[in-house]
Write a protein that binds this ligand. Structure first.
Ligand SMILES: [Zn+2]
Length: 71
C-alpha cells in the first residue's frame, strides 16, 4: 500500500514593510493631536482628568498666546 498524498502547498509568509516615513508621520500626527488637545481643548467638561485643572493651568499662557478661547 502506497502512502501517496497530495503535496502540501508551500505558502510563503507575506512580509509587509511599513515605510519609516509613515511611522514618523503617524507619530508626529499623534503627538500633534495630543498637544492640540491639551493646549486648545482640555478644559471643563471635556477635560481628561475631570475637575483637575493642573494641565489647564500649566498650558494656560500657551493657550492665550495661540489664541484659543479660554475664559
Ligand atoms: Zn485663560
Amino acid at each position: 500500500m502506497s502512502n501517496i498524498s497530495a503535496p502540501t502547498p508551500v505558502t510563503t509568509p507575506v512580509v509587509v514593510s511599513i515605510p519609516k516615513a509613515a511611522l514618523w508621520l503617524v507619530g508626529a500626527s499623534l503627538l500633534g493631536l495630543i498637544l492640540y488637545y491639551f493646549i486648545g481643548i482640555d478644559q471643563g467638561a471635556t477635560s481628561v482628568f475631570g475637575s483637575d485643572m493642573h494641565i489647564h493651568e500649566f498650558v494656560h499662557d500657551a493657550r492665550h498666546f495661540l489664541g484659543f478661547p479660554c475664559h
